[in-house]
Design a protein around this ligand. Structure first.
Ligand SMILES: [Zn+2]
Length: 334
């Protein structure tokens, strides 16, 4: 049973499936090391992992000053364009051992939309027809449902034109590209930023940009992976770090960075999607990076302690497998 359930063995199998893709990616994409925290500018950090879940040798660190968890070694913007165009879906598919394509995405998003509407129930006040921007909106499934529910005019922004083609078939306005590059004079009543914040290249600039795109009385809806929660799941620390995720969030840091970015959290939800925290925000004021510190150092220390404990558990699992193999070898040689 230990072979079936061990996260260590699962990781070996997954990485074997990704090995060829990773080798090709490493030949094509050049990595550079980030010198300072994107939010507070501190150079001081704690390394949390030396590689990502695919086996790519990129380190992830936590800022010692503000608590932002970020990818320390990463490709440049052009490198990410190559990754999204050639490697992203194949890597995800190889990792999970099943094809992750548009059909899968549509099914996944359909299930999530109902939960989202339930979460908005009695909180979002969008009586008058307005505008919706879904950043990283993929096939437009969520934007389409919300647009028809609230009578909104929806725009879907995504770097994948293949996924946007599905959104266009639904009659949605689409923009192909990254949020950092999106230039418009339009402002929006509702901005969705779901499963996307981890992917942005410049977190500080992105949050500032979104604040400008949001109408004064608009709503900003964002989700983050609750990093301590998923790491506590005991399936291997580096299983949650990925080359396409430049940033990760503890609940304390997510709240601090949203508030420092000029948003007021009016509601949050941990029930709709295990391991994720959703925030409904309104506009409050301008971005203030100096207010991004987590409340106390204890939150950071507790998190680092948890990561260390998970590494210990992984080592124990690895030792158990090595011990079993050694015993098996002795038995066979008898
Ligand atoms: Zn920082």
């Amino acid at each position: 049973m230990i072979f079936k359930n061990s996260p260590y063995r699962t990781r070996i199998i997954r990485r074997k499936r990704c090995r060829t893709l990773v080798a090709d990616l490493m030949k094509e994409v050049r990595l550079t090391t980030v010198s300072e925290c994107n939010i507070c500018g501190s150079k001081s950090k704690t390394i949390l992992s030396n590689e990502d879940r695919y086996g790519i040798p990129v380190r992830t660190a936590m800022c010692d000053q503000c608590g932002l968890v970020y990818l320390l070694d990463r490709p440049g913007r052009d490198g990410y364009e190559t990754i999204y165009a050639k490697y992203y879906r194949p890597l995800v598919s190889a990792y999970w051992g099943r094809k992750v394509d548009n059909k899968h995405l549509v099914q996944h998003q359909a299930g999530f939309t109902d939960k989202l509407l339930r979460m908005f129930d009695g909180i979002l006040d969008l009586q008058n027809a307005g505008t919706l921007l879904d950043i990283g909106g993929s096939t437009g499934m969520i934007a389409h449902k919300l647009a028809s529910t609230y009578g909104l005019e929806a725009t879907v922004l995504d770097p994948s034109d293949e996924e946007l083609a599905v959104a266009r078939q639904k009659g949605l306005k689409t923009v192909c590209g990254f949020i950092e590059d999106y230039q418009t004079s339009d402002t929006f009543d509702l901005i969705l930023f779901l499963q996307t914040i981890d992917h942005v290249y410049d977190l500080k600039a992105t949050l500032g940009h979104i604040s400008q795109l949001l109408k004064e009385d608009g709503y900003f809806v964002i989700d983050t992976v609750n990093l301590p929660s998923v790491i506590a799941d005991n399936t291997g620390v580096d299983q949650f770090f990925k080359i396409d995720h430049c940033y990760y969030f503890t609940p304390q840091f997510a709240r601090a960075v949203l508030e420092a970015s000029g948003f007021e959290i009016v509601s949050s939800d941990i029930a709709s999607w295990p391991g994720h925290e959703m925030f409904i925000c309104r506009k409050k004021g301008p971005f203030q990076a100096e207010k991004t510190h987590v409340d106390t150092d204890m939150a950071r220390f507790r998190f680092i302690e948890m990561v260390e404990h998970q590494f210990y558990l992984e080592t124990t699992a690895k030792d158990k497998i090595i011990g079993m193999l050694a015993r098996l070898k002795r038995k066979l040689l008898r």
